[in-house]
Write a protein that binds this ligand. Structure first.
Ligand code: F6R
Length: 360
């Protein structure tokens, strides 16, 4: 049941410290600076020279996160919408690994893309929450995210666990594919270990409800981020539109000036996500929106230069840039939740949506 919570979504947002700790249990060994993914011992991905991620919706945002992290670790990778895959798949060869990211493991679009990739000779791997699901059974390998059942239609804890497990898996792939551990493994492992505790604190000090209260009658809501903050901007906007029914869009920070800025007015709050990757540029982009009257909500640690500039601040802990976007996402989940609650939407079952989309 929902226990003390009004909605499953809020319960599942609050479960993230536990679901992430569960995902990581026994899979990292920070003392010895190693990844301990038992099904993926060192050498598992020898010979892989490019990775294609396939997924839909929120899982696509997790996939994009994983793909950008892998590119940063020096491995060629792309994230593709599974429903576009049949017409726009990049070439596959023996050295291509295709990773399906699907919480349910039953999404028809994703299964079709997975089958197509396998038929073309790709090695396949599924990252999923559901043991025994079709995608888990059909792929060569599987990585379970162990998030526990997710009842709310809007994916929350499965997103964070997918993104974290993809970050970890990406490090193993990069290590095998390039023959050397990625430079940031040493800082990543302790950051992963402390992540559940930091999210636990964030859930306590979050001021997302007050921000939602102040802005929930706006005309539209924009989310901007760069690097690993970009998929989080997309996810922030998707969650917001799904459960509030309000217009929300996510952009790469630097894209704002290439068109979307025309939409920006005093009635369109802009949530700017700071991950420690070229934050000064994102701040400049946010200021361009502020100049047009838009309230800017900075999602960043205390003491960050954006705090002084922005109209509002949603605090996140200091953490590794590989993970900062994911803790920022928890604040955005809470903003969406509280905005939808104030607007009296049926949060756990938004109109027109289903938890698992088993038709093409
Ligand atoms: C959004 C949401 C959907 C799913 C998408 C893929 O909150 O839940 O966008 O992420 O339908 O579902 P899975 O991950 O089951 O393949």
């Amino acid at each position: 049941g929902k226990g003390e919570y009004d909605h499953f979504m809020l319960k599942e947002i609050n479960e993230q410290p536990t679901s992430l700790a569960q995902a990581l249990e026994g899979r990292i060994d920070p003392l010895n600076g190693r990844i301990a993914l038992s099904d993926f011992e060192p050498g598992t991905f020898d010979g892989v020279d490019s990775v294609q991620f396939i997924a839909c919706g929120t899982s696509y945002h997790a996939a994009l996160y994983g793909s950008l992290a892998l590119n940063q670790a020096g491995v060629h990778s792309t994230a593709l919408l599974a429903n576009e895959y049949s017409v726009s798949a990049p070439p596959i060869d023996d050295d291509t690994l295709v990773i399906a990211v699907t919480q349910s493991g039953e999404t028809a679009d994703t299964l079709n893309a997975l089958r197509r990739a396998a038929a073309e000779g790709a090695r396949t791997l599924t990252v999923t929450n559901v043991v025994g699901s079709t995608a888990a059974r059909e792929a060569d390998d599987t990585l379970f995210i162990r998030a526990g059942p997710e009842i709310g239609v809007a994916a929350t804890k499965t997103f964070s666990s997918q993104a974290v497990m993809l970050t970890l898996l990406g490090q193993r792939i990069a290590d095998d594919s390039r023959g050397e551990p990625p430079a940031d493994l040493e800082s990543l492992l302790p950051a992963l270990e402390s992540m559940p505790g930091k999210i636990d604190d964030l859930l306590e000090y979050s001021t997302a409800e007050a921000i939602a209260d102040r802005y929930s009658r706006s005309e539209a809501y924009f989310f901007i981020g760069r690097g690993l903050g970009f998929p989080v901007a997309l996810e922030g906007a998707l969650k917001f539109k799904e459960i509030t029914y309000e217009h929300a869009e996510g952009f790469a920070s630097g894209e704002l000036k290439h068109g979307p800025l025309a939409l920006v007015t005093p009635e369109t709050p802009v949530f700017a996500i700071f991950t420690g990757q070229e934050d000064e540029k994102t701040l400049k982009n946010a200021e361009e929106a502020q100049t047009r009257g838009a309230p800017v909500v900075a999602v960043c640690p205390d003491g960050h230069p954006a705090v002084e500039v922005a109209d509002e601040h949603l605090r996140i802990p200091d953490t590794d840039p590989d993970l900062a976007g994911l803790v920022a996402n928890v604040q955005l989940q809470l903003v969406s939740y509280h905005a939808a609650d104030l607007l009296d939407r049926p949060i756990d079952k938004p109109r027109n949506l289903a938890k698992s989309v088993t038709v093409e």
